[in-house]
Design a protein around this ligand. Structure first.
Ligand code: PHE
Length: 456
Protein backbone atom coordinates (compact mmCIF):
# COMPACT_ATOMS: atom_id res chain seq x y z
CA UNK A 1 0.00 0.00 0.00
CA UNK A 2 1.30 3.43 -0.95
CA UNK A 3 1.24 5.68 2.08
CA UNK A 4 4.08 7.98 1.17
CA UNK A 5 3.14 11.60 0.53
CA UNK A 6 2.96 12.62 -3.13
CA UNK A 7 2.85 15.73 -5.25
CA UNK A 8 -0.64 16.42 -6.54
CA UNK A 9 0.42 17.44 -10.03
CA UNK A 10 3.44 17.51 -12.29
CA UNK A 11 3.39 21.30 -12.33
CA UNK A 12 3.37 21.23 -8.53
CA UNK A 13 6.58 19.24 -8.41
CA UNK A 14 8.26 21.45 -11.01
CA UNK A 15 7.23 24.60 -9.14
CA UNK A 16 8.67 23.18 -5.93
CA UNK A 17 11.94 22.14 -7.57
CA UNK A 18 12.23 25.48 -9.34
CA UNK A 19 11.30 27.19 -6.07
CA UNK A 20 14.17 25.45 -4.35
CA UNK A 21 16.59 26.32 -7.13
CA UNK A 22 15.62 29.96 -7.49
CA UNK A 23 16.84 31.65 -4.36
CA UNK A 24 19.02 34.37 -3.02
CA UNK A 25 21.85 32.88 -5.06
CA UNK A 26 20.15 33.76 -8.33
CA UNK A 27 19.48 37.35 -7.43
CA UNK A 28 22.53 38.50 -5.60
CA UNK A 29 25.18 35.91 -6.30
CA UNK A 30 24.96 35.21 -10.02
CA UNK A 31 25.20 38.77 -11.40
CA UNK A 32 28.39 39.58 -9.49
CA UNK A 33 29.98 36.17 -10.09
CA UNK A 34 29.36 36.45 -13.83
CA UNK A 35 30.67 39.99 -13.94
CA UNK A 36 33.85 39.15 -12.06
CA UNK A 37 34.55 36.06 -14.14
CA UNK A 38 34.60 37.27 -17.69
CA UNK A 39 31.21 38.98 -18.10
CA UNK A 40 29.69 37.79 -21.36
CA UNK A 41 32.46 35.21 -21.71
CA UNK A 42 31.41 33.63 -18.40
CA UNK A 43 28.46 32.08 -20.20
CA UNK A 44 30.79 29.58 -21.85
CA UNK A 45 32.00 27.85 -18.66
CA UNK A 46 28.59 28.45 -17.11
CA UNK A 47 26.72 26.65 -19.88
CA UNK A 48 29.32 23.92 -19.94
CA UNK A 49 28.85 23.37 -16.20
CA UNK A 50 25.06 23.45 -16.54
CA UNK A 51 24.96 20.91 -19.36
CA UNK A 52 27.71 18.53 -18.22
CA UNK A 53 27.25 18.65 -14.45
CA UNK A 54 24.15 20.57 -13.37
CA UNK A 55 21.42 18.93 -15.41
CA UNK A 56 23.02 15.43 -15.46
CA UNK A 57 23.29 15.51 -11.65
CA UNK A 58 19.77 16.80 -11.35
CA UNK A 59 18.60 13.87 -13.47
CA UNK A 60 20.60 11.52 -11.24
CA UNK A 61 19.14 12.93 -8.02
CA UNK A 62 15.60 12.92 -9.41
CA UNK A 63 16.08 9.29 -10.47
CA UNK A 64 17.45 8.25 -7.07
CA UNK A 65 14.57 9.86 -5.19
CA UNK A 66 12.03 8.44 -7.62
CA UNK A 67 13.47 4.94 -7.51
CA UNK A 68 14.13 4.57 -3.79
CA UNK A 69 11.31 6.79 -2.50
CA UNK A 70 13.03 7.98 0.61
CA UNK A 71 14.59 11.01 2.21
CA UNK A 72 18.28 11.38 1.37
CA UNK A 73 19.65 9.04 4.10
CA UNK A 74 17.06 6.38 3.36
CA UNK A 75 17.64 6.70 -0.38
CA UNK A 76 21.37 6.24 0.10
CA UNK A 77 20.77 3.35 2.49
CA UNK A 78 18.59 1.63 -0.09
CA UNK A 79 21.27 2.23 -2.70
CA UNK A 80 23.74 0.43 -0.50
CA UNK A 81 23.81 -0.09 3.28
CA UNK A 82 27.27 1.40 3.47
CA UNK A 83 26.34 4.76 1.93
CA UNK A 84 23.65 5.99 4.33
CA UNK A 85 26.19 8.38 5.86
CA UNK A 86 26.42 10.27 2.57
CA UNK A 87 22.75 11.15 2.87
CA UNK A 88 23.21 12.30 6.46
CA UNK A 89 26.18 14.41 5.50
CA UNK A 90 24.13 16.23 2.85
CA UNK A 91 21.28 16.61 5.34
CA UNK A 92 23.65 18.09 7.90
CA UNK A 93 24.94 20.63 5.39
CA UNK A 94 21.36 21.53 4.50
CA UNK A 95 20.56 21.97 8.22
CA UNK A 96 23.48 24.34 8.71
CA UNK A 97 22.59 26.37 5.62
CA UNK A 98 19.03 26.76 6.83
CA UNK A 99 20.22 28.32 10.09
CA UNK A 100 21.75 31.32 8.33
CA UNK A 101 19.77 31.43 5.09
CA UNK A 102 16.69 32.12 7.23
CA UNK A 103 18.39 35.13 8.78
CA UNK A 104 19.04 36.79 5.42
CA UNK A 105 15.39 36.33 4.50
CA UNK A 106 14.54 38.02 7.80
CA UNK A 107 16.73 40.99 6.90
CA UNK A 108 15.03 41.24 3.50
CA UNK A 109 11.65 41.16 5.18
CA UNK A 110 12.64 44.04 7.43
CA UNK A 111 14.14 45.94 4.50
CA UNK A 112 10.95 45.64 2.49
CA UNK A 113 9.33 47.78 5.17
CA UNK A 114 12.30 50.16 5.43
CA UNK A 115 11.95 50.70 1.66
CA UNK A 116 8.56 52.30 1.95
CA UNK A 117 9.97 55.48 3.47
CA UNK A 118 13.65 54.75 2.89
CA UNK A 119 14.34 54.83 6.58
CA UNK A 120 17.95 53.80 5.93
CA UNK A 121 18.79 57.45 5.15
CA UNK A 122 21.65 58.45 2.88
CA UNK A 123 24.42 56.42 4.52
CA UNK A 124 23.08 52.98 3.66
CA UNK A 125 26.23 51.19 4.69
CA UNK A 126 26.37 52.87 8.08
CA UNK A 127 22.69 52.10 8.53
CA UNK A 128 23.09 48.39 7.73
CA UNK A 129 26.03 47.72 9.99
CA UNK A 130 25.30 50.27 12.71
CA UNK A 131 21.58 50.89 13.11
CA UNK A 132 20.23 47.63 11.77
CA UNK A 133 22.69 44.83 12.49
CA UNK A 134 24.36 46.65 15.40
CA UNK A 135 27.59 44.91 14.52
CA UNK A 136 30.07 44.79 17.36
CA UNK A 137 33.71 45.62 16.79
CA UNK A 138 34.89 42.64 18.77
CA UNK A 139 33.27 39.47 17.44
CA UNK A 140 34.82 37.29 20.12
CA UNK A 141 33.53 39.25 23.09
CA UNK A 142 30.46 38.33 25.13
CA UNK A 143 28.47 41.26 23.74
CA UNK A 144 28.58 39.70 20.28
CA UNK A 145 26.06 37.15 21.54
CA UNK A 146 23.45 39.71 22.52
CA UNK A 147 20.33 39.49 20.36
CA UNK A 148 19.29 42.30 18.05
CA UNK A 149 15.51 42.78 18.36
CA UNK A 150 15.15 44.29 14.87
CA UNK A 151 16.24 40.98 13.36
CA UNK A 152 14.61 38.74 15.93
CA UNK A 153 11.02 39.64 15.08
CA UNK A 154 11.18 38.98 11.31
CA UNK A 155 13.30 35.89 11.93
CA UNK A 156 10.57 34.39 14.08
CA UNK A 157 8.09 35.20 11.32
CA UNK A 158 10.27 33.49 8.69
CA UNK A 159 10.33 30.31 10.73
CA UNK A 160 6.64 30.40 11.60
CA UNK A 161 5.75 30.69 7.90
CA UNK A 162 8.22 28.00 6.78
CA UNK A 163 7.39 25.48 9.48
CA UNK A 164 3.69 26.25 9.18
CA UNK A 165 3.83 25.32 5.49
CA UNK A 166 5.87 22.16 6.15
CA UNK A 167 3.48 20.93 8.83
CA UNK A 168 0.71 20.95 6.24
CA UNK A 169 2.60 18.37 4.23
CA UNK A 170 3.92 17.90 0.72
CA UNK A 171 0.77 18.43 -1.32
CA UNK A 172 -1.21 20.81 0.84
CA UNK A 173 1.77 22.71 2.18
CA UNK A 174 4.88 22.81 0.01
CA UNK A 175 3.10 22.37 -3.32
CA UNK A 176 0.39 24.95 -2.65
CA UNK A 177 2.90 27.48 -1.33
CA UNK A 178 5.17 27.12 -4.36
CA UNK A 179 2.29 27.32 -6.79
CA UNK A 180 1.45 30.70 -5.31
CA UNK A 181 4.91 32.06 -4.50
CA UNK A 182 6.76 31.19 -7.71
CA UNK A 183 4.40 32.77 -10.26
CA UNK A 184 4.12 35.78 -7.94
CA UNK A 185 7.89 36.00 -7.73
CA UNK A 186 8.26 35.88 -11.52
CA UNK A 187 5.67 38.62 -12.06
CA UNK A 188 7.15 40.89 -9.38
CA UNK A 189 10.66 40.32 -10.62
CA UNK A 190 9.66 41.13 -14.20
CA UNK A 191 8.31 44.43 -12.91
CA UNK A 192 11.68 45.11 -11.28
CA UNK A 193 13.57 44.26 -14.46
CA UNK A 194 11.35 46.38 -16.71
CA UNK A 195 11.59 49.31 -14.34
CA UNK A 196 15.36 48.97 -14.07
CA UNK A 197 15.71 48.82 -17.86
CA UNK A 198 13.82 52.09 -18.25
CA UNK A 199 16.15 53.99 -15.91
CA UNK A 200 18.81 56.29 -17.36
CA UNK A 201 22.17 54.51 -17.54
CA UNK A 202 20.65 51.03 -17.78
CA UNK A 203 22.34 50.34 -21.09
CA UNK A 204 25.79 51.10 -19.76
CA UNK A 205 25.08 48.64 -16.97
CA UNK A 206 24.14 45.93 -19.44
CA UNK A 207 27.20 46.69 -21.52
CA UNK A 208 29.40 46.22 -18.50
CA UNK A 209 27.66 42.96 -17.67
CA UNK A 210 27.79 41.39 -21.12
CA UNK A 211 31.17 42.75 -22.19
CA UNK A 212 33.07 39.53 -22.80
CA UNK A 213 36.56 39.10 -21.51
CA UNK A 214 37.64 35.94 -23.31
CA UNK A 215 41.13 35.93 -21.89
CA UNK A 216 40.00 34.89 -18.42
CA UNK A 217 38.33 31.74 -19.70
CA UNK A 218 41.66 30.01 -19.60
CA UNK A 219 41.85 30.58 -15.83
CA UNK A 220 40.82 27.62 -13.65
CA UNK A 221 39.25 29.95 -11.08
CA UNK A 222 36.65 31.02 -13.64
CA UNK A 223 35.62 27.39 -14.14
CA UNK A 224 35.53 26.85 -10.41
CA UNK A 225 33.22 29.85 -10.15
CA UNK A 226 30.94 28.49 -12.88
CA UNK A 227 30.63 25.05 -11.27
CA UNK A 228 30.16 26.55 -7.81
CA UNK A 229 27.37 28.76 -9.09
CA UNK A 230 25.60 25.91 -10.88
CA UNK A 231 25.73 23.62 -7.85
CA UNK A 232 24.55 26.18 -5.34
CA UNK A 233 21.96 27.60 -7.64
CA UNK A 234 20.43 24.27 -8.63
CA UNK A 235 20.41 23.05 -5.01
CA UNK A 236 22.17 19.85 -6.02
CA UNK A 237 24.27 17.72 -3.66
CA UNK A 238 22.26 19.09 -0.72
CA UNK A 239 19.85 16.15 -0.39
CA UNK A 240 17.08 18.48 -1.47
CA UNK A 241 16.32 17.27 -4.95
CA UNK A 242 16.47 13.64 -3.78
CA UNK A 243 13.92 14.40 -1.10
CA UNK A 244 11.59 16.32 -3.39
CA UNK A 245 11.69 13.67 -6.11
CA UNK A 246 10.95 10.93 -3.60
CA UNK A 247 7.39 12.32 -3.56
CA UNK A 248 6.96 11.90 -7.33
CA UNK A 249 4.24 9.56 -8.53
CA UNK A 250 5.47 6.41 -10.31
CA UNK A 251 4.63 7.79 -13.74
CA UNK A 252 6.75 10.91 -13.95
CA UNK A 253 8.95 12.14 -16.77
CA UNK A 254 12.14 12.50 -14.76
CA UNK A 255 14.52 13.66 -17.46
CA UNK A 256 12.19 16.24 -18.87
CA UNK A 257 11.48 17.60 -15.40
CA UNK A 258 15.19 17.99 -14.80
CA UNK A 259 15.69 19.91 -18.04
CA UNK A 260 12.77 22.20 -17.26
CA UNK A 261 14.07 22.87 -13.75
CA UNK A 262 17.61 23.53 -14.94
CA UNK A 263 16.61 25.90 -17.73
CA UNK A 264 14.02 27.72 -15.64
CA UNK A 265 16.61 28.37 -12.97
CA UNK A 266 19.21 29.62 -15.40
CA UNK A 267 16.62 31.73 -17.20
CA UNK A 268 15.74 33.43 -13.95
CA UNK A 269 19.40 33.88 -13.19
CA UNK A 270 19.95 35.63 -16.51
CA UNK A 271 16.95 37.83 -15.88
CA UNK A 272 18.38 38.73 -12.49
CA UNK A 273 21.71 39.62 -14.09
CA UNK A 274 19.94 41.95 -16.51
CA UNK A 275 17.81 43.59 -13.80
CA UNK A 276 20.66 44.02 -11.35
CA UNK A 277 23.08 45.44 -13.90
CA UNK A 278 20.52 47.79 -15.40
CA UNK A 279 20.01 49.15 -11.87
CA UNK A 280 23.77 49.32 -11.28
CA UNK A 281 24.14 51.23 -14.56
CA UNK A 282 21.61 53.75 -13.31
CA UNK A 283 23.44 54.05 -10.02
CA UNK A 284 26.76 54.61 -11.79
CA UNK A 285 25.23 57.27 -14.02
CA UNK A 286 23.79 59.11 -11.00
CA UNK A 287 27.12 59.04 -9.20
CA UNK A 288 29.09 59.82 -12.33
CA UNK A 289 31.22 56.74 -11.83
CA UNK A 290 32.09 53.87 -14.14
CA UNK A 291 29.87 50.84 -13.58
CA UNK A 292 32.86 48.87 -12.29
CA UNK A 293 32.98 51.18 -9.25
CA UNK A 294 29.48 50.34 -8.08
CA UNK A 295 29.39 46.58 -8.69
CA UNK A 296 28.74 44.53 -5.57
CA UNK A 297 27.50 41.09 -4.72
CA UNK A 298 25.84 39.40 -1.77
CA UNK A 299 24.98 41.38 1.32
CA UNK A 300 26.61 44.52 -0.08
CA UNK A 301 24.53 44.41 -3.24
CA UNK A 302 21.16 43.79 -1.62
CA UNK A 303 21.45 45.80 1.56
CA UNK A 304 23.87 48.62 0.75
CA UNK A 305 23.83 49.30 -3.01
CA UNK A 306 20.16 48.60 -3.68
CA UNK A 307 19.02 50.96 -0.94
CA UNK A 308 21.23 53.62 -2.58
CA UNK A 309 19.66 52.92 -5.94
CA UNK A 310 16.22 53.19 -4.36
CA UNK A 311 17.22 56.53 -2.81
CA UNK A 312 18.09 57.84 -6.27
CA UNK A 313 14.99 56.64 -8.08
CA UNK A 314 12.85 59.40 -9.56
CA UNK A 315 9.36 58.21 -8.57
CA UNK A 316 7.59 55.34 -6.85
CA UNK A 317 10.93 54.44 -5.33
CA UNK A 318 9.32 53.08 -2.18
CA UNK A 319 7.24 50.68 -4.19
CA UNK A 320 10.24 49.57 -6.27
CA UNK A 321 12.20 48.91 -3.10
CA UNK A 322 9.35 47.03 -1.47
CA UNK A 323 8.96 44.87 -4.58
CA UNK A 324 12.68 44.13 -4.79
CA UNK A 325 12.90 42.96 -1.19
CA UNK A 326 9.62 41.07 -1.50
CA UNK A 327 11.26 39.16 -4.36
CA UNK A 328 14.19 38.28 -2.11
CA UNK A 329 11.78 37.08 0.57
CA UNK A 330 9.73 34.94 -1.83
CA UNK A 331 12.79 33.46 -3.54
CA UNK A 332 14.36 32.80 -0.15
CA UNK A 333 11.29 31.24 1.50
CA UNK A 334 10.74 28.67 -1.26
CA UNK A 335 14.39 27.64 -0.95
CA UNK A 336 14.30 27.55 2.84
CA UNK A 337 11.25 25.30 2.70
CA UNK A 338 13.18 22.83 0.57
CA UNK A 339 16.27 22.77 2.75
CA UNK A 340 14.19 22.33 5.87
CA UNK A 341 12.16 19.54 4.28
CA UNK A 342 15.35 17.48 3.86
CA UNK A 343 15.89 17.08 7.57
CA UNK A 344 12.22 16.96 8.44
CA UNK A 345 11.80 14.02 6.06
CA UNK A 346 15.00 12.36 7.26
CA UNK A 347 14.08 12.66 10.94
CA UNK A 348 10.55 11.48 10.50
CA UNK A 349 11.67 8.39 8.58
CA UNK A 350 14.65 7.50 10.71
CA UNK A 351 12.87 7.83 14.04
CA UNK A 352 9.43 6.90 12.82
CA UNK A 353 7.86 10.09 14.10
CA UNK A 354 5.04 12.10 12.57
CA UNK A 355 5.72 14.98 10.19
CA UNK A 356 4.47 17.44 12.79
CA UNK A 357 6.87 16.13 15.41
CA UNK A 358 9.77 16.16 12.95
CA UNK A 359 8.97 19.74 11.99
CA UNK A 360 8.86 20.76 15.64
CA UNK A 361 12.09 19.00 16.55
CA UNK A 362 14.18 19.61 13.40
CA UNK A 363 12.75 22.97 12.44
CA UNK A 364 12.70 24.04 16.08
CA UNK A 365 16.39 23.21 16.47
CA UNK A 366 17.31 25.09 13.29
CA UNK A 367 15.22 28.08 14.34
CA UNK A 368 16.90 28.07 17.73
CA UNK A 369 20.39 27.91 16.23
CA UNK A 370 19.54 30.64 13.74
CA UNK A 371 19.30 32.99 16.73
CA UNK A 372 23.08 32.92 16.78
CA UNK A 373 23.03 34.91 13.56
CA UNK A 374 20.52 37.41 14.91
CA UNK A 375 23.10 38.72 17.35
CA UNK A 376 25.56 41.58 17.25
CA UNK A 377 28.25 39.18 16.04
CA UNK A 378 25.78 37.59 13.61
CA UNK A 379 27.26 38.79 10.34
CA UNK A 380 30.69 37.60 11.38
CA UNK A 381 29.36 34.14 12.27
CA UNK A 382 27.33 34.09 9.08
CA UNK A 383 30.27 34.89 6.84
CA UNK A 384 32.28 32.11 8.39
CA UNK A 385 29.53 29.52 8.21
CA UNK A 386 28.81 30.41 4.59
CA UNK A 387 32.44 30.30 3.58
CA UNK A 388 32.97 26.94 5.21
CA UNK A 389 29.85 25.39 3.69
CA UNK A 390 30.57 26.67 0.21
CA UNK A 391 34.18 25.61 0.24
CA UNK A 392 33.91 22.22 1.82
CA UNK A 393 30.27 21.24 1.69
CA UNK A 394 28.78 21.43 -1.73
CA UNK A 395 31.41 20.50 -4.28
CA UNK A 396 32.81 17.93 -1.91
CA UNK A 397 29.52 16.09 -1.50
CA UNK A 398 28.94 16.33 -5.24
CA UNK A 399 32.32 14.80 -5.91
CA UNK A 400 31.89 11.93 -3.45
CA UNK A 401 28.37 11.38 -4.78
CA UNK A 402 29.45 10.89 -8.41
CA UNK A 403 32.49 8.80 -7.52
CA UNK A 404 30.53 6.48 -5.25
CA UNK A 405 27.68 6.03 -7.71
CA UNK A 406 29.65 5.91 -10.93
CA UNK A 407 32.78 4.08 -9.84
CA UNK A 408 32.39 2.38 -6.48
CA UNK A 409 28.88 1.02 -6.87
CA UNK A 410 28.76 1.29 -10.67
CA UNK A 411 25.09 2.13 -10.67
CA UNK A 412 24.86 4.66 -13.50
CA UNK A 413 23.53 2.02 -15.89
CA UNK A 414 20.75 1.04 -13.48
CA UNK A 415 19.70 4.66 -13.06
CA UNK A 416 19.89 5.28 -16.78
CA UNK A 417 17.44 2.45 -17.41
CA UNK A 418 15.19 3.63 -14.63
CA UNK A 419 15.03 7.18 -16.00
CA UNK A 420 14.61 6.04 -19.60
CA UNK A 421 11.70 3.78 -18.70
CA UNK A 422 9.61 6.75 -17.56
CA UNK A 423 11.02 9.63 -19.64
CA UNK A 424 10.56 10.93 -23.17
CA UNK A 425 14.12 12.13 -23.56
CA UNK A 426 16.38 9.06 -23.53
CA UNK A 427 19.67 9.19 -21.68
CA UNK A 428 22.57 7.91 -23.71
CA UNK A 429 26.28 7.43 -23.26
CA UNK A 430 26.71 11.23 -22.97
CA UNK A 431 25.00 11.16 -19.60
CA UNK A 432 27.35 8.53 -18.22
CA UNK A 433 30.38 10.35 -19.60
CA UNK A 434 29.27 13.62 -18.01
CA UNK A 435 28.77 12.04 -14.60
CA UNK A 436 31.41 9.35 -14.67
CA UNK A 437 34.26 11.29 -16.24
CA UNK A 438 33.83 15.03 -16.82
CA UNK A 439 32.19 15.96 -13.52
CA UNK A 440 34.54 14.00 -11.23
CA UNK A 441 37.59 15.30 -13.07
CA UNK A 442 36.51 18.93 -12.85
CA UNK A 443 35.29 18.67 -9.25
CA UNK A 444 38.38 16.76 -8.19
CA UNK A 445 40.52 19.46 -9.68
CA UNK A 446 38.43 22.10 -7.88
CA UNK A 447 38.90 20.36 -4.56
CA UNK A 448 42.65 20.16 -4.98
CA UNK A 449 42.75 23.87 -5.77
CA UNK A 450 40.62 24.74 -2.77
CA UNK A 451 42.68 22.67 -0.37
CA UNK A 452 45.82 24.25 -1.72
CA UNK A 453 44.35 27.71 -1.23
CA UNK A 454 43.09 27.01 2.25
CA UNK A 455 45.72 24.82 3.77
CA UNK A 456 49.01 25.73 2.19
N1 PHE B 1 19.48 27.32 -4.74
C1 PHE B 1 19.30 28.33 -3.79
C2 PHE B 1 19.76 29.67 -4.28
O1 PHE B 1 20.11 29.86 -5.41
C3 PHE B 1 20.07 28.18 -2.55
C4 PHE B 1 19.99 26.95 -1.87
C5 PHE B 1 21.12 26.35 -1.55
C6 PHE B 1 18.81 26.41 -1.53
C7 PHE B 1 21.11 25.22 -0.85
C8 PHE B 1 18.77 25.30 -0.86
C9 PHE B 1 19.95 24.69 -0.53
O2 PHE B 1 19.78 30.60 -3.53
Amino acid sequence: METRAQWGTRAGFIMAAVGSAIGLGNIWRFPAVAYENGGGAFFIPYLFALLTAGIPLLILEFTMGHKYRGSAPLTYARLNKKTEWLGWWAVLVAFVISTYYSVIIAWAMRYSLFSLNQSWGSDTQGFLFGDFLKITDSPGAAESFSLVPGILVPLILVWVITLGILVKGVKKGIEVANRVFIPLLVVLFLIIVVRALTLPGALEGLNAFFQPNFEVIAQPSVWVAAYGQIFFSLSIAFAIMITYSSYLPKKSDITNNAFITGFANSGFELLAGIGVFAALGFMAAQANLPVSEVVAGGVGLAFVVFPQIINEMPFLSGLFGFTFFACLVLAGLTSLMSITETYVAALSEKFQISRTKAVLVGGGAAAFLSLLFATRGGLYFLDNADYFINQFGVAFIGLVEVIVIAWVLRKLGVFQNHANAVSDIQLGAWWKICLGVITPVVLGYMMVMLFKQNLL
